[in-house]
Design a protein around this ligand. Structure first.
Ligand code: ZN
Length: 375
């Protein structure tokens, strides 16, 4: 289906002023309004078509793109309506009616949904920082104090009520229309809707009385935090202009790479080296891992490559109440640089023919072990 040119739809020339475009759209919106044309599909199509044309031609950026590329310039990221919907499907009736706040104003135009209240409570912007955590922090949770550069209310900064809107944050215009008097409400241009403007601004502060400063913030990190997780510290972002609610501090977790312990999901993997003699005779070892020391019992005759599973010694799970496991990979260290006594011992063993590799067939191959880990 070929789309009609937006200028043709509104019946205006390419050089039409914003006021002319608005006027043309108002006329069509009234003519094709569904309340006036119940059940008339064609009127509804015309109504939507006009709304779409107006949506583009009333927005300087979209209009410029449309002028340059036509309809082709209107699809794709950033060009569409309300977040990526694109133009293909046209506007919903809801979109259209919400647009009417600008066209017809707030005052009682039946069915047009009323104007949006524009005065906004001032809120500071959010700040985002990164924080490095080691595995220990992730297992046990921790508290970190970091220095944050943020916008703070400068001492001595004062504000006064906006002289233009008298604190409401909105400017109301009264228009005479064919429906009678109507009010249009727009954001106050003097205070950008804050209702207040600066009175005294100390040196170094911006027009909102804010100044950039370091602040130490202590962040509680719960057990189970993981790479990429975002923690929200309420109220620790930038201060709001003139005493509103401060923004939040968003803390993004980064995992510190550990040289000896590898993480795989909630599970941890660590290597343990034992001597040839320990492997043959059995021993017990202390392994220092996340959360402290762990005692490991090594059975007599343990083969290199054996994997011991320590249930529940991994990371707390994010999506369930459980905990991951710790896998200890045993490596038998073959002796090097033997002294004469050791050399004698091994030579005797070799000559006797009693110390030989004799797998019983019950040993798990490397691949079986890997399979076990994932089952
Ligand atoms: Zn104002």
């Amino acid at each position: 289906m070929s789309k009609r040119d937006y200028y043709d739809v509104l019946g205006v020339s390419k050089s039409a002023s914003p006021e002319e475009i608005k006027k043309a759209y108002r006329k069509l919106a009234i003519q094709f309004h569904p309340d006036k044309n119940p059940g008339d599909k064609q009127a509804e199509e015309n109504f939507k078509e006009a709304a779409e044309a107006y949506e583009v031609l009333s927005d300087p950026q979209k209009k410029a793109r449309y002028d340059q590329y036509g309809h082709a310039g209107m699809s794709g990221a950033g060009g569409g309506f309300g977040g990526g919907g694109g133009f293909g499907g046209g506007m919903s009736m809801e979109d259209i009616f919400s647009q009417f706040g600008d066209i017809f104003g707030g005052g009682g135009f039946g069915g047009f949904g009323g104007g949006s209240q524009r005065s906004q409570a001032a809120r500071g912007s959010n700040l985002r920082v990164r924080i490095k955590l080691n595995l220990q922090d992730m297992v046990e949770g921790t508290q970190k104090t970091i220095k944050v550069k943020k916008m703070k209310s400068a001492p001595g900064a004062t504000a006064k009520t906006c002289p233009t809107c008298h604190g409401s944050g909105a400017q109301v215009k009264v228009m005479n229309t064919m429906f009678g008097q109507m009010q249009t409400q727009t954001t106050c241009g003097t205070c950008q809707g804050l209702g207040k403007v600066a009175d005294k601004i100390p040196a170094g502060a911006n027009e909102h009385g804010l100044i950039r400063e370091d602040e130490e913030v202590t962040i509680n990190i719960p057990a189970g935090a993981r790479e990429g997780i975002q923690l929200n510290v309420r109220g620790k972002g930038n201060d709001a202009p003139f005493g509103g609610t401060p923004g939040d501090l968003l803390v993004v977790v980064e995992e510190e790479v550990d040289k000896t312990i590898k993480r795989e999901g909630d599970n941890l993997h660590q290597e343990l080296y034992i001597s040839f003699a320990e492997a043959a005779l059995g021993t017990s070892k202390e392994l220092s891992t996340v959360g402290g020391q762990v005692k490991i019992k090594v059975e007599a005759g343990t083969q290199s490559g054996k994997i011991l599973r320590l249930a529940g010694k991994g990371l707390p799970s994010i999506d369930s109440y459980g905990k991951g496991d710790m896998f200890v990979h045993i490596n038998v260290w073959t002796p090097q640089n033997l002294n004469p006594t050791q050399k004698d011992f091994f030579e005797q063993q070799l000559e006797s023919g009693e110390m030989v590799a004799e797998p019983s067939g019950k040993e798990k191959s490397f691949f079986d072990k890997v399979k076990d880990l994932f089952s």
